[in-house]
Design a protein around this ligand. Sequence first.
Ligand code: SF4
Ligand code: SF4
Length: 123
Amino acid sequence: MTNSNLPSSFAIWHGMERSNIDWHPTVDESKCMGCGLCVVTCGEKRNVFGFDLEKKKSVVMFPENCMVGCNNCGVACLWDAISFPGLSYVKDMVAKIPADQIQKEFQKKISDNPSLIVVSGNA
Ligand code: SF4
Ligand code: SF4
């Protein structure tokens, strides 16, 4: 899978090369009604979908911009035109993340966002 538009912020997923992770939507053209909801549902920074004005169908333009594990557009599509690999694929990828990688990211997030710390019993 190649993607020349991949922003550097999406190139690595928890220490792993995003290009080695096969998670992205697939549009079934025969089911797509061209409503455009998936185009606007996907965040502006990711912009996974383009749109073919002639065919009036959405097109997966930048698959590697898709957030691993997200399936919002597939859930939202009323015509079930969007599919993903099974969720077990995501679980398998998560299982490959080294524990120290998660701890490193966790500590940084908490340190950058002290308001996320909950002190129970101080109510
Ligand atoms: S939401 Fe579904 S029907 Fe609408 S454009 Fe996207 S794929 Fe097509
Ligand atoms: S699953 Fe989420 S990130 Fe991926 S294309 Fe759909 S809305 Fe965008």
